[in-house]
Design a protein around this ligand. Structure first.
Ligand code: GRF
Length: 191
């Protein structure tokens, strides 16, 4: 795809629940000329998400819907996405599972990053499971979101070696560093 500038960039919303380090790396990437996207909205289901600070720092609109009444909050989310003319959603540590109806509304326009080499270790506690399973490698995957958890088309993966004395914590740290590079790379591959 040709290089896009300013307002021609793909308007993107990033959904988070926690620290937001992937959000930060996506924002930094979005500022580069080669980035096909701009980040126009940050959405969190958790008002205590550390990642929400990047809204203030980078002057990006933030929205918080707790998703306790998922159906209601998904409707509110869709309204916000329309209002802000969002064309792409990047899930980055978003801990809620979006409904089929929601996903159908954004079919083929939702990406996610998952901290394992999918299709291995879908869902939670990936690092514990990879170590327990005596895997030699783990890693991260950027994939499209479909209605089955962590099962959409894979865009890109990167791997790390699991060392002898690896703990879930050390593995998470190594993989997170890879994630920060992989998400922008995957976006460049898709667009
Ligand atoms: C990442 O490991 C991501 O793959 C997983 O949750 C973590 C989020 O980290 N889904 P952060 O909020 O981007 O720092």
């Amino acid at each position: 795809m040709a290089l896009l500038t300013g307002s021609n960039k793909i308007k993107t919303a990033v959904f988070i629940s926690g620290t937001g380090s992937n959000l930060k790396s996506l924002i930094k990437f979005s500022k580069l000329k080669k980035s096909p996207l701009s980040i126009n909205l940050i959405l969190s289901n958790n008002p205590k998400s550390k990642g929400l600070q990047y809204g203030k720092i980078f002057k990006i609109k933030t929205k918080i819907f707790d998703f306790k009444k998922q159906h209601v909050d998904e409707k509110k989310t869709l309204f916000e996405l329309k209002k802000n003319r969002i064309d792409l959603i990047c899930l980055a540590g978003f801990m809620k599972i979006l409904s089929k109806t929601f996903i159908n509304n954004f079919d083929g326009k939702i990406l996610n990053i998952h901290p394992s080499l999918l299709p291995k270790f879908k869902g939670l506690n990936t690092h514990e499971r990879a170590i327990r399973n005596k895997e030699k490698y783990s890693g991260c995957t950027v994939h499209f979101v479909n209605s089955k958890l962590d099962s959409g088309k894979i865009v890109l993966q990167d791997k790390v070696r699991i060392n002898k004395n690896e703990t879930p914590k050390t593995l998470a740290k190594k993989i997170l560093a890879k994630e920060h590079k992989l998400y922008p790379k995957a976006i460049l591959k898709v667009f």
